[in-house]
Design a protein around this ligand. Sequence first.
Ligand code: PDD
Length: 287
Amino acid sequence: MVYLNGEFLSLSQARVSVLDRGFLFGDGVYEVIPVYGKKPFLLAEHLDRLDRSLAAIWLHNPLDRDAWHQMIESLIDQQPPGDWSIYLQVTRGCDDHRDHAFPSEVHPTVFAMASPLKPPPAEWLENGVSTLTQRDPRWGRCDIKAITLLPNSLSRQQAKTAGAVEMIYLRDGVLTEGAASNIFVIRNGEVLTTPADERILHGITRQLVLHLARQADLPVREIDIPEATLRSADELWMTSSTRAVIPITRLDGAAVGHGQPGPMYRRMVTLWEEALARWRSGATIMA
Ligand code: PDD
């Protein structure tokens, strides 16, 4: 069952108009929220980011917080037991013709679905993954979680074809992020990541990793990371809601550090697992 504009429907019944601006212009925003044991993880943070994305594209949020909560809860209740990822999408809806400028009356299209959340392969966690780099091909507002993902899709496909798991972007000689992840660089015991500005998506997993690192008194800096620093990292991690924290052990074919997940990664996994256990027992894990 999926949710579309106030109704729960089977996937084959859910239909949107070919004039939907999501379809014609990629005019919409989205969220991906992991669900562990029927409970959405960091839901408030995801819905806050959805608010920011909608405001940034001048679209009013069609549902209030209670309505989002009710809809998501009901969608989860309709799935078999297990871990899920909830996809939410809001587009600017339809006009009666195609025009770049907005329709005078806007009726957003709201869509949500649940997909099984598969844990990352054990091999990735044990040995790390391979990544490639390329010049960041995207626009200047990567902080908006927009559905227009053609550059990201092309990059991911290019990485996949070359047997890599992620494409890492560089803009003006500095690291931005991955095609669908944020990147952390560990160097000389410090945890470094790109500042949350318009060049990157302000990842919720990134936010939690920073929070856990600071709580554990690890040295953390949000700074521009030059290409040379990226290439001489002791460790690299990638973070996202669907994969949590994954160690990167190859960059453009070269080993990262010693070519194996490092001690700081193992430390973060422990912090993460402890936080998840606290969250499962009802505690708030991010202030
Ligand atoms: N993508 N950067 C980009 C470009 C992303 O697409 C994502 C996540 C992230 C990580 O953000 P978060 O920790 O909030 O998931 C960073 C999702 C998972 C996707 O598009 O499917």
